[in-house]
Design a protein around this ligand. Structure first.
Ligand SMILES: Nc1ncnc2c1ncn2[C@@H]1O[C@H](COP(=O)(O)OP(=O)(O)OP(=O)(O)O)[C@@H](O)[C@H]1O
Length: 241
């Protein structure tokens, strides 16, 4: 019998409002298991609103958001997180007053699989040597780039099925951005599905399988990363900041 693959994430006719401002106007988007899909578009196009809606953080939304085949619209954000849907927001979300190690422990607490702390710390130390050196430092005293790495490491420690990343490279030194993008590739290899918002379009398209372009709250283009990389006209039209 033929098996029909259910996408990891399937969004249909997603509409979202802030008060009376109608921001998302019927977004359709899907991400298959193990894919890395990039969401691009100008400032104000609705990218953050889209991932916040997926994470369950926008109160006024209609349409359908299915995660692993299950409708989650109306499900609280924490329940979506427990289902394996992690979100790393644009504004860093490390917990001030806690050390790097304690922040990572929070991610572990959310993990349904509960890996050993030492195992997770070893993995993080190997990937992000900067965090290894700072395990017992108050996380708030780290640089912006280091805090962003910690937010990503903490999300990964929860062993999610899917991670939503909102402009992770924003304001980060190029050398750290390269490290971070290598890490996304290794997460993908480990089977984690990723939806990535990224302003650095050419960098993102190099690691992505597919991409969507949003403009004024609508999907105006979708295609493989390779097709979009070749299409300079479409990049100039919709991705200029
Ligand atoms: N809390 C809010 N209240 C009212 N309007 C908002 C709010 N947050 C965002 N908006 C508006 O919604 C629109 C889409 O914003 P959104 O942050 O989703 O865009 P974006 O594509 O992520 O842009 P950027 O690249 O600048 O982050 C913008 O016009 C923005 O001004």
């Amino acid at each position: 019998m033929e098996t029909i693959e259910v996408p990891m994430l399937e969004i249909k006719s997603l509409n979202a409002w802030y008060g009376s401002s109608h921001i998302l106007q019927g977004v359709d988007l899907s991400v298959s298991q193990g894919e890395l899909v990039c969401l691009i578009g100008r400032n104000g196009a609705g990218k953050t609103t889209t991932v916040k809606s997926i994470a369950g953080l926008i109160p006024k939304v209609t349409g359908s958001v299915k995660f692993n085949g299950k409708e989650v619209l109306g499900t609280p954000a924490h329940a979506r997180y427990s289902m394996g849907l992690a979100y790393v927001p644009e504004e860093r979300r490390i917990v001030p007053g806690l050390t790097v190690r304690e922040n990572i422990r929070l991610g572990l607490l959310a993990s349904p699989l509960r890996k050993k702390e030492s195992e997770v710390i070893d993995e993080i130390a190997e990937t992000f040597p900067r965090l290894k050196e700072r395990l017992d430092q108050n996380a708030i005293t780290m640089s912006g780039g280091e805090q962003q790495m910690l937010a990503i490491a903490r999300a990964a420690a929860s062993q999610p099925k899917m991670i939503l990343l909102d402009e992770p490279s924003e304001g980060i030194m190029p050398v750290l951005v390269d490290e971070m993008f290598e890490y996304f590739t290794s997460l993908k290899k480990a089977g984690v599905t990723i939806l990535l918002i990224e302003q650095n379009v050419s960098l993102a398209l190099k690691i992505a399988d597919r991409a969507y372009i949003l403009d004024q709250g609508e999907v105006v283009y979708s295609g493989t990363a390779a097709e979009m990389l070749d299409d300079v006209a479409i990049q100039e039209r919709y991705c200029a900041v």
